[in-house]
Design a protein around this ligand. Sequence first.
Ligand code: NAD
Length: 263
Amino acid sequence: MLIDLSGKTAIVSGSTAGIGLAIAKGLAASGAHVVVNGRHREAVDRAVAAVKAAVPDAKVTGLAADLSTEAGATDLVHAHPACDILVNNLGIYGPQDFFETPDAEWRRYFEVNVLSGVRLARLYLPGMEKNGWGRVVFISSESAFNIPADMIHYGFTKTAAVSIARGLAKRMAGTGVTVNSVLPGPTLSDGMAAMLEDEAKASGKSLEDAARDFVLANRPSSVIRRAASVEEVANMVVYTCSDQASATSGAALRVDGGVIDSL
Ligand code: NAD
């Protein structure tokens, strides 16, 4: 299968690192004009350079904006009034006990992980509908279904992403626009590497070994018995954004290494 996205514009939120950057590279490699995004100009410039290094003829533009805010979304729409592909990748995570998680933190997780994607979908879906073609992907997580007891404030945002994608798919029924959620499992992204860095240093393990041990200890239902790479997750997203995926809408697509233990 040859995925050709030339002529399409793709926006990937939170794509200066990790899974988002890998998605940006994957979409660029398939010919899309990709807009990478992060909050800080320098990180955005570095990400643009990284996409160009990975894909020499890449069409890539950067936009520094905090997409968890209305002002950030407005900046994005001013710079890029339309897109064909929207990947709502932006997301934060980290363990915190339920009894120590104040209202402000619940609100922050809602704003960054949920409302950012809702807002961008509301802004870009009408243009896609008018064109009769569009792809929206919400990056959820296996934590949408396996709510981690130490990350309830995160898990609920990822369940929300599955719910919103399913509802939007129905709302866009018959328009040529598909909306799906993609559920990665533990993935060795920059964010996960930062989480494991101290432990890896203290134990003398490589990051890959620390990630594998994290998976075995914390996600024992993993079938692949290791963390996924960011590229493995990006491959699923690029396919979901392709022409070839036209009969897939409203789906919760797992790239979780088998962590979710259900049929
Ligand atoms: P990461 O921390 O490696 O990268 C996150 C990116 O988002 C960075 O580029 C960061 O600068 C950017 N960012 C953060 N806040 C921002 C904001 N307000 N505005 C714009 N950009 C912002 O993250 P990751 O591990 O690659 O995760 C990406 C997505 O995948 C998230 O939605 C996460 O929940 C999901 N996910 C990750 C894993 C995993 O194990 N890594 C597993 C399941 C799901």
